[in-house]
Design a protein around this ligand. Structure first.
Ligand code: MLT
Ligand code: ZN
Length: 469
């Protein structure tokens, strides 16, 4: 385990000079807040919280920390689900929240430039006012930062049609631990100029550099959407119909899966009226575009596919209120499941058509070990969020068996052509499972990259790499 010396009074005085006194926080409440994110029940308070206001401050700060081997853990809105922003070695929590400007929206080129502290939803609203669209829409879109989305290569329901964060980033301004500031690429739609440092940064979870500006590609805003809610008598049937929709040449703009239990919790939380029958699982299917007649044809084709695959309880959301209600049910699931008891969330992803096998494996493990599982997620992407709840398992069994359960689920993902995270990242809590999907050679290559960017290991230490790799 790496050891970092605690910050001295002298360090803290110097840091206050670099980023100005009003941007440095040391009170107990702030330290506690910045010591946790949305990942289970973890808390690693930093020694100080720093909220710089520009790249020059960040460059001077990193240079100083690099020279003094002070750990720096970057942080967006703290909505991460893999513990990526937890300052596990203390030191500095570097919050990007004060760098929250939408710098430019370039309508001619369908691009926007933003600082890392811009909230995903604020960007969406701003570009939509110009008739433009930024598709990636994590469940936490109302609070998560664009910098965090870049760090975790985030997704969301719209990604099944439009791709994830990685498909929208053209160029990044970054600060290296040396204090150097560079742009990783160019603001162009095409770029065949050497190694793709932009993509290398996306998903690097703040372990290589600090992103200070993001240039994004936008698309024209689709004018219409239609939404179907389909109820199935069993979950396997719901998962199995998903590839059949794509077979017919249809590409929904969302194709989400929810188990009944997930919907029950969400509906109860919002005190909504909901008519439950015998169904055990649901698909939420959206199509979007500019030609409403064409969209009705697509929805009819999807309706027919669902019906001929055993689903005879299908609702077309007739108005904006119904659409909003259905999306609220889906988008709240993550949060309500987390408040339901002791849990561990896995962000499994497999080849789309293999989803039924993954689902069945989770359920067979549930039988074997006695936990409770609640599954939901982005079925169109083969991305299943598996929530493992302690249920009636004893504390000892939970502690002892949980790693076995997770290992088996991840091995199943690998065998089904998938991997251990689709959109939440590795961070702290998944790193021990990385050897299941990456070899020593992978780690050697990644370690070489890490050492090139961050030779003193000051940036987000203790993340992604398992211990002793
Ligand atoms: C979701 O799709 O709802 C999120 O990725 C998962 C979560 O918030 O737990
Ligand atoms: Zn998700």
């Amino acid at each position: 385990m790496v050891k970092y010396s605690p910050l001295t009074t002298e360090h803290i005085t110097k840091i206050k000079e670099i980023v100005h006194y009003e941007n440095v926080f040391q009170d107990a409440e702030t330290l506690l807040h910045y010591g946790h994110d949305y990942t289970e029940d973890l808390n690693f308070p930093p020694q100080i919280v720093v909220k710089p206001i520009n790249k020059e401050q960040i460059a001077a700060l990193l240079k100083y920390c690099n020279e003094n081997k002070i750990p720096v853990t970057p942080r967006g809105a703290g909505t991460g689900l893999s513990g990526g922003s937890l300052p596990i070695y203390g030191g500095i929590a570097l919050s990007l929240e004060k760098m929250n400007r939408i710098v430019a929206i370039d309508k001619d080129n369908l691009q926007a430039t933003v600082e890392p502290g811009v909230i995903n939803e604020n960007l969406r609203i701003a570009v939509e006012a110009e008739g433009l669209f930024y598709p990636p829409d994590p469940a936490s879109k109302g609070s998560c930062f664009m910098g965090g989305n870049v760090a975790h290569r985030s997704g969301g329901p719209k990604c099944v049609k439009y791709g994830t964060t990685k498909d929208y980033i053209l160029n990044l301004e970054i600060v290296l631990p040396s204090g150097a500031i560079i742009w990783t690429g160019a603001d162009t739609l095409k770029n065949s100029t050497g190694y793709n440092l932009t993509q290398l940064m996306i998903g690097s979870e703040g372990t290589l550099a600090i992103v200070t500006k993001i240039v994004l590609r936008l698309i024209p805003k689709p004018q219409h959407d239609l939404l179907l809610w389909a109820a199935f008598e069993n979950a396997e049937q719901a998962c199995a119909v998903v590839p059949k929709i794509f077979h017919q040449g249809l590409v929904p703009s969302a194709l989400e899966f929810m188990e009944r239990k997930a919907v029950e919790l969400s509906v109860a939380k919002h005190k909504m009226s909901f008519d439950f029958g015998m169904e055990q699982a649901y698909l939420l299917i959206e199509v979007d575009g500019n030609d409403i007649t064409q969209l009705h044809k697509e929805i009819e084709s999807i309706y027919n596919i669902l019906e001929s695959n055993g689903c005879n309880n299908i609702l077309l959301a007739e108005d904006a209120t119904t659409k909003e209600k259905l999306w609220k049910i889906r988008r709240s699931i993550g949060e309500v499941v987390k408040s339901h008891g002791i849990y561990k969330e896995e962000d499994t992803v497999v080849k789309r058509a293999n989803l039924p096998q993954l689902y069945n494996k989770v359920k067979s493990l549930e039988q074997l070990f006695g936990f409770e599982s609640i599954c939901y997620g982005h079925a169109g992407d083969g991305n299943l969020h598996v929530n493992i709840l302690q249920g009636t398992m004893t504390d000892a069994a939970w502690k002892n068996d949980l790693p076995k359960v997770i290992t088996t689920i991840f091995e199943t993902c690998k065998a089904l052509g998938g991997t251990i995270s689709g959109e939440h990242g590795i961070g702290l809590v998944q790193k021990q499972y990385m050897p299941l999907v990456m070899s020593k050679i992978h780690f050697q290559l990644m370690r070489g990259i890490k050492n090139t960017f961050d030779p003193n290991g000051i940036l987000n230490p203790g993340k992604i790499f398992p211990e002793n790799y």
